[in-house]
Design a protein around this ligand. Structure first.
Ligand code: ATP
Length: 372
């Protein structure tokens, strides 16, 4: 029996209405002969973020747009939950697929609330219901509801991107396609938009295909990362940890960049770091005469205060913390580098000191990472 595509209004399942997307030997050849995508086969699993990453011109956007039929494949098939997209008429197909692009692509003459309510309006929802939904979504993406009455030009780039995400979510589509959605904003805003996408996804479990040329963004956001090379060939498909530790070939290795080793640390937990508990003191004067090069002053409620050295106990030096067992080795290493002591302060989830990871402990752990 042939299954039918029910767009954004299919029956809810336990996991919501996410869909699996399958590329089955897909090729796109433009009329001028350019092969943008070459025999691409992969799966974007239900409820996960699959990232397409690669250098300019490697066919990322073309691949993405073939999913919602803004571009049709020349050969091969793309399936949504087993239904070939070529058999679904584009408006029906797109009802179940949210689409977010760079610089948001908002309608300049529509207020923010009406931009977000665009799809519900098109679907024939009554105005009040569509606007109520839009107001709800503005909150979901972290925008002040007071922005609802503004026009896009009255918003910052980052705020416009949030509106773009809210608009894509308006009809609660099971699939979201995101084409370089955060690349036009500054790095700080970009980081917060990425963090919010991760948070949103942990609640919504959409099937997301995300295009970027930024490998750090790919590694941060992707459950799976597809690295494409120019000519539209898949170079590697792997989870970020595997990608960093086992790049398939020189192209992928080079694309991952020289700090691949450091980035790998973000997937390695800090639970195995050996901690010392004998390096904390309640007052800097207790440092005098100690044989240790550095001691950590801790407040009565067990919070870190400062590093002191027995040679200059009056000089309080900065410290860096990591949550032991919860943060990654990368965060622990960063914490160590923030301080002249070279040691990282391990705290629990409440911020109380549980011990200190010395340089030796850090060396041991890093040696294990290098071996493994
Ligand atoms: N309409 C078109 N006609 C001919 N060639 C095209 C067309 N659109 C894209 N291409 C070519 O197809 C290839 C893939 O383009 P695509 O936009 O998918 O790449 P991309 O990886 O998204 O690039 P970027 O990161 O620069 O956006 C490129 O060589 C591009 O020049």
């Amino acid at each position: 029996m042939r299954r039918s595509w029910q767009g954004g209004y299919g029956p809810a399942t336990k996991r919501g209405r996410s869909r699996v997307i399958t590329f089955d030997s897909v090729t796109k050849r433009y009329p001028d002969g350019t092969v943008a995508v070459d025999d691409l086969s992969l799966e974007a699993p239900t409820g996960q973020i699959t990232v397409f990453v690669g250098p300019s011109g490697c066919g990322k956007t073309t691949s993405l747009r073939m999913i919602n039929r803004m571009i049709d494949a020349t050969e091969g098939r793309i399936l949504l939950d087993g239904v070939e997209v070529g058999t679904i008429d584009p408006p029906t197909l797109r009802r179940g697929i949210g689409y977010v692009i760079q610089q948001a692509g908002l309608f300049p003459h529509r207020k923010i609330v009406d931009n977000v309510a665009t799809v519900p309006f098109l679907l024939g929802w009554d105005k009040k219901k569509a606007r109520d939904r839009a107001m709800e979504l503005l909150e979901v993406v972290g925008l002040d509801p007071a922005m609802a009455g503004r026009y896009p030009f009255q918003l910052s780039g980052g705020q416009q991107q949030r509106v773009g995400v809210a608009r894509a979510l308006a009809a609660d589509p099971p699939v979201l396609l995101m084409d370089e959605p955060f690349s036009a904003v500054d790095p700080i805003v970009r980081t917060s938009l990425q963090d919010e996408l991760i948070k949103l996804q942990s609640e919504l479990h959409k099937t997301i295909v995300f295009v970027t040329h930024d490998i750090d963004e790919a590694i941060k956001l992707g459950d799976r990362v597809a690295v494409l090379r120019v000519g539209g060939k898949l170079a590697q498909l792997a989870d970020p940890k595997t990608l960093l530790s086992e790049p398939a070939d020189d192209f992928v290795r080079e694309f991952l960049g020289h700090d691949r080793g450091i980035r790998r640390l973000q997937f390695i937990g800090s639970a195995g770091l050996r901690l010392r508990t004998d390096l904390t003191i309640e007052h800097e004067e207790y440092a005098i005469g100690s044989a240790e090069p550095w001691l950590l002053v801790v407040s009565p409620d067990e919070r870190p205060v400062a590093w002191v050295s027995p040679r200059r106990p009056q000089e309080r030096e900065p410290y860096g913390t990591f949550v032991h067992g919860q943060d990654s080795m990368r965060t622990a290493l960063d914490a160590a580098l923030l301080s002249p002591s070279g040691c990282a302060v391990a705290v629990d989830a409440d911020g109380k000191v549980v011990g200190v990871a010395t340089r030796e402990a850090m060396d041991e752990a890093l040696a294990e990472v290098a071996d493994g």
